[in-house]
Design a protein. Structure first.
Length: 259
């Protein structure tokens, strides 16, 4: 089953959720950016959180312990979990694989030839009929946004390729759109892109005068994606995938032939 996950505002939230999962499964995180941009954003956000916590601790340098006494914050408590080489982080890294696809061409090419490297099977993956891990695509819409591929035609091609790749590898597909940690108000990033409207065809495609009005029609990205995906809002990665899932609102009849 395929999901659109809207519970993570920032990429750090997604990574923390994966690391803290009680049941680790093979996970491929396909990041729609360069390696340098991804690491810069993660590090900037982690350090920003640490600086904010340091400021808060300066105002309240001690905390009340269970026995009623005061204690000082330990050095480890001032370091973000992703910046600390703990056994939990080391264990999670055995099951996670990061892939960087900075363009739509690279992304589609990778998905078309997708063949995951499976880590040692966990109990959750032991059944032959079970889903063998997760495929998470980070910021797929942001990669298309602002290009000629941000259309029904372009997005459909990428989404269909992703669904086919995940199905062939027996992986659960999740799409996650996160805000830009360096510019949270950036309209080209974040979950709000699911509410955007896109034209049916790429502007590069020439259509006759009689079809010009049809070619300028638009459809919401969420309506398009609802053909393959369900929306998941606030479900922890530790919970079974069944719960507060819902399909997008019924596609209008005039749009049924478009998706």
């Amino acid at each position: 089953m395929n999901f659109i996950t809207t519970q993570h505002d920032y990429v750090l939230d997604l990574l923390e959720d994966i690391v803290k999962s009680q049941h680790q499964v093979s996970t491929d995180i396909i990041t729609c950016s360069t390696r340098e941009d991804f690491l810069d954003e993660v590090l900037a956000l982690a350090l920003a959180l640490e600086h904010r916590h340091d400021d808060e601790r300066e105002l309240a340098p001690t905390t009340q312990s269970q026995d009623g006494g005061n204690r000082e914050m330990l050095p480890a408590e001032r370091i973000h979990m992703l910046l600390t080489p703990t056994l939990q982080l080391l264990n999670a890294s055995r099951f996670c694989n990061l892939v960087f696809c900075p363009t739509t061409t690279v992304l589609r090419g990778y998905l078309a030839s997708y063949c995951p490297e499976v880590a040692s099977a966990s109990p959750a993956e032991s059944s032959s009929n079970a889903v063998h891990g997760r495929m998470i695509i980070l910021n797929l819409l942001a990669l298309h946004h602002g290009t000629s591929e941000f259309t029904l035609q372009g997005l459909s091609q990428t989404l269909a390729t992703a669904v086919s790749a995940a199905h062939g590898a027996k992986r659960r597909l999740e799409l996650v759109e996160c805000k830009d940690a360096r510019d949270p108000s950036n309209p080209s990033r974040g979950p709000m892109l699911w509410q955007a409207d896109v034209q049916l065809l790429s502007a590069a495609i020439k259509i006759g005068e009689g079809g010009s009005s049809w070619g300028r029609r638009s459809i919401s990205v969420m309506t398009l994606a609802s053909r393959w995906f369900r929306i998941r809002h606030a479900v922890s990665a530790n919970e079974q995938v069944r719960p507060e899932l819902r399909r997008h609102k019924r596609v209008k009849s005039e749009d049924e032939m478009l998706v």
